[in-house]
Design a protein around this ligand. Structure first.
Ligand code: CA
Ligand code: CA
Ligand code: CA
Ligand code: CA
Length: 268
């Protein structure tokens, strides 16, 4: 039951001693009816103008300043700290978790400056970030990967020198090396080293008679997907499947061809 209480005139006079909008502690409070004692004009208890109770400017309940409901600072809606839309935090690879599986060092008839590429395989059970890894050789080539994103477990990833299909022979490239990367693949002998700081993740070497044929990739046998199995030349051979638009042979971004006795090089 609603009751009206009649206050004595002295009580009303006492309340009137305080200016409108100022509490009895002297702290201004808003005049819109919230009881929090804060100084804003909305009806919640925080000091910002939105309707939730945290101090950021979005309307979700977490304390960060983006509009999603997680508490990390990125703009996606999952709870991890990376910017992709899956729910795991991509991690960097450990030793042997990325495996170099295929190398196009001597593309033909297209220009090496656009059509060189190599392929890595994610041998781990997790999505692996490529950013921060160093690509190098035993000479002076060295480039720290930036902006490549990540590779899914069990997937192949192609790093190349151009994403332009009219220049690179039609290979689909997952990450394009910048023009000034300085990372190139010699036609005679060269190496690819993938490192995280001082930790070597994987390394492969080819000699001046490998790969033997222009326009063919140098391809690890389909049965080998580990970082020691690709050492030496035993399990490598020329790619045999046609890809792209220039008649070159290899399997960029996909499982490799098997090395058979009909291949020009290794016979596992
Ligand atoms: Ca090189
Ligand atoms: Ca080359
Ligand atoms: Ca290796
Ligand atoms: Ca392949």
């Amino acid at each position: 039951m609603l009751r009206f209480v009649l206050l004595p005139a002295s009580a009303l006079l006492f309340a009137g001693c305080f200016p409108k909008g100022v509490s009895d502690t002297g702290v201004p409070h808003d005049t819109f009816g919230d009881t929090s004692g804060d100084s804003d004009t909305d009806t919640d208890a925080d000091t910002d103008a939105d309707s939730d109770s945290d101090a950021d400017t979005d309307t979700d309940a977490d304390s960060d300043t983006d509009a999603d409901t997680d508490t990390d600072a990125d703009s996606d809606t999952d709870a991890d700290t990376d910017t992709d839309s899956d729910s795991d935090a991509d991690r960097s690879p450990g030793v042997g978790e990325l495996v170099i599986t295929e190398v196009m060092s001597n593309p033909d008839p297209v220009d090496d400056a656009y059509a060189e590429w190599f392929e890595v395989y994610n041998a781990s059970p997790d999505r692996l970030s490529l950013d921060g890894l160093t690509l190098s050789d035993l000479g002076t080539d060295s480039y720290v990967i930036s902006g490549a994103g990540s590779v899914a477990p069990g997937a192949y990833f192609v790093i190349g020198r151009s994403s332009d299909p009219t220049l690179n022979g039609g290979v689909t490239v997952d990450f394009t090396l910048p023009g000034d990367s300085g990372f190139t693949l010699a036609n005679d002998d060269d190496e690819i080293l993938i490192s995280l700081d001082t930790t070597l993740i994987d390394e492969m070497t080819y000699l001046d008679n490998q790969p033997a044929m222009k326009g063919h990739s140098w391809s690890l046998d389909a049965s080998i997907t580990d970082a020691t199995g690709n050492d030496g030349s035993t399990w490598w051979c020329d790619g045999t499947s046609v890809f792209g638009t220039s008649g070159m042979l290899g399997t960029p971004g996909a499982a490799n061809d098997p090395c058979t006795t009909s291949s020009t090089s290794a016979t596992p």
